[in-house]
Design a protein around this ligand. Structure first.
Ligand SMILES: Cc1cc2nc3c(=O)[nH]c(=O)nc-3n(C[C@H](O)[C@H](O)[C@H](O)COP(=O)(O)OP(=O)(O)OC[C@H]3O[C@@H](n4cnc5c(N)ncnc54)[C@H](O)[C@@H]3O)c2cc1C
Length: 495
């Protein structure tokens, strides 16, 4: 008999919805605590910049039990993703489980002798304290905007200038006829630069540290990148963790072929995106940087750089002066609006310092088994911390794993010792063998989606885990297929 638990899901984004659905479906009492006024997380309309769209093709950015509507384009726009999530919440009756406008301030282990956590909550001016048997942390990696304070800000603003984080750039009207300077090289930065040109900015400049490889939606202008980069055959070009001597030998023997594959892709990208003309040829080898930070090329970004509609400046901001930003190189850039596309702070601020030390090593690497659970933080799990290029599917799989972990129903239920050893092995892989896997605190499964899913399905006890070998090798992850694999695991119900 599996006891029904009171489960708190923190966050009502993609991951919170996946977790709430997974726990509720097994019969647990679920409460979703969301500090915002609406569900959706990064896709909440108030938090999205204009023209935002997914980097992932729509069939990769979906739950196992719900496809995006046929009417959606291959790369849905922000409002469409939001509508999909709202529909998902509605169809699983999750909306009634939500407590919006409620923030988790802190949490500590229960003192009543029962397993679980006591949460301190704030709703408006109301503070409250509540006990839960299990907590699913689904707070994402894009919540606390990074800040950057530089000399001269006050004078810049006094002269009519505006400085904002990219998450606040949601009204293109504010940049019409103004000189816009975007700081950063991420997808958000290039999206905003292109949007500013289209929205009638007087001038647009992007200031970035170094050119990085960007993947166009269609490689060579013809092939959807998912058919080349999201397939198991491509993934297997990267040596992964925990492989034996034979596999290492195979990687060694295949090295020249793999090398040629990447040089070919680099040449194609250089030609297609006119990187030399834009003076934006990256120095790093493409294969050394493949992780969650590889951006998709915003359509029209490179053509706009090439024809001067967007001025690209290598470097960073040094200080502000009235109507001017001075770059570290000394270059002076006319500016009325500075958009800081500088990312977000990673963290779980509501955990106590002692618990955070159990979760995150001093170098910022997270200690999470399967990127979901920590043996030293019982009755707690993390959904969506296994981010990737198909984060919705990752969150769904992690949620399915987590509910079974919480209920001791994994076919392979790991012991504390095994989890700790595995965490150490993964940390070694990220720190020493493949430093690119250490970005974002090591919370990124790309390019190892298939391997990660294989591990989760094996733990869960899915008796079917693969499609036909050819399909499996040469097609992207299929959410419907993963739904079918999950359905082959033993069923159970709490309560
Ligand atoms: C512009 C943009 C485009 C993206 N495109 C893609 C893409 O194409 N493909 C892809 O795979 N990924 C993409 N991502 C990554 C994206 O973050 C994930 O795909 C996914 O949406 C993350 O969902 P989440 O639920 O884990 O986190 P979030 O969406 O960040 O949701 C977390 C929720 O937790 C809430 N919360 C946080 N702290 C507290 C607290 N203390 N108390 C209560 N509530 C709290 C927040 O308010 C938020 O609603 C994109 C991200 C951005 C910003």
């Amino acid at each position: 008999m599996i006891a029904r638990k009171n489960v708190c899901v923190i966050g009502a984004g993609v991951s919170g919805l996946a977790a709430a659905k997974a726990f509720a479906a097994r019969g647990h009492n679920v409460t979703i605590i969301e500090r915002s006024t609406d569900l959706g997380g990064v896709w909440e309309p108030a938090r999205s910049y204009p023209d935002v769209q997914t980097q992932s093709p729509k069939e990769l950015y979906r739950y196992t039990d719900k496809a995006m509507p046929d009417s959606y384009p291959e790369w849905p726009k922000g409002p469409q993703v939001y509508a999909y999530l709202a529909d998902y919440a509605g169809s699983h009756d999750l909306t009634r489980l939500m407590r919006l406008n409620t923030t988790v301030l802190s949490m500590q282990r229960r003192t009543d002798g029962k397993p679980g956590w006591t949460l301190d909550l704030k709703a408006g001016d109301q503070l409250s304290r509540e006990d839960f048997d299990f907590v699913a942390v689904c707070t994402g990696q894009f919540n606390e905007p990074q800040t950057l304070s530089l000399p001269g800000e006050d004078q810049f603003k006094a002269a009519g200038g505006a400085i904002m984080h990219s998450s606040k750039y949601n009204d293109p009207g504010m940049i019409k006829d103004r000189n816009v300077v975007v700081l950063g090289g991420s997808k958000s930065a290039t999206d905003i630069a292109v949007n500013a040109v289209r929205s009638g900015a007087r001038s647009v400049t992007i200031v970035f540290r170094e050119p990085v490889w960007r993947i166009p939606y269609f490689i060579g202008g013809l092939i959807n990148f998912k058919r080349i980069l999201y397939i198991r055959a491509q993934e297997q070009m990267f040596a992964s963790w925990g492989i034996g001597p034979l596999s290492r030998l195979a990687h060694l023997l295949a090295k020249p072929l793999v090398w040629a594959n990447w040089r070919g892709l680099e040449s194609l990208l250089k030609t297609q995106l006119k990187l030399a003309k834009c003076n934006m040829v990256p120095k790093q080898r493409i294969e050394d940087g493949v992780n969650c930070s590889v951006p998709i090329a915003t359509p029209d970004f490179f053509p706009m750089v090439a024809d001067g509609r967007i001025k690209a400046v290598l470097g960073t901001f040094d200080h502000y002066e009235p109507n001017t930003i001075v770059a570290r190189s000394g270059e002076r850039i006319a500016a009325d609006v500075a958009v800081l596309a500088i990312g977000y702070k990673l963290g779980v601020p509501f955990l106590s310092e002692a618990d955070r030390a159990k979760l995150v090593d001093p170098d910022g690497q997270y200690r999470l088994y399967r990127l979901i659970a920590n043996p030293d933080l019982p009755d707690m799990g993390f959904v969506g911390f296994n981010s990737s290029f198909c984060t919705v599917l990752c969150a769904d799989m992690a949620a399915q794993w987590l509910v079974r972990y919480a209920d001791m129903q994994l076919a392979h239920q790991p012991g504390d010792r095994e989890m700790r050893d595995n965490i150490e092995m993964m940390l070694h892989f990220k720190r020493v063998e493949r430093p690119a896997a250490g970005v974002y605190g090591g919370l990124c499964v790309a390019p190892y989606h298939f391997k990660h899913f294989d591990e989760l399905l094996a733990d869960i006890g899915a008796t079917r885990r693969r499609r036909n070998p050819l399909v499996e090798m040469f097609t992207p992850p299929d959410a419907d297929a993963y739904g079918a694999f999950l359905a082959t695991a033993p069923a159970y119900q709490a309560g």
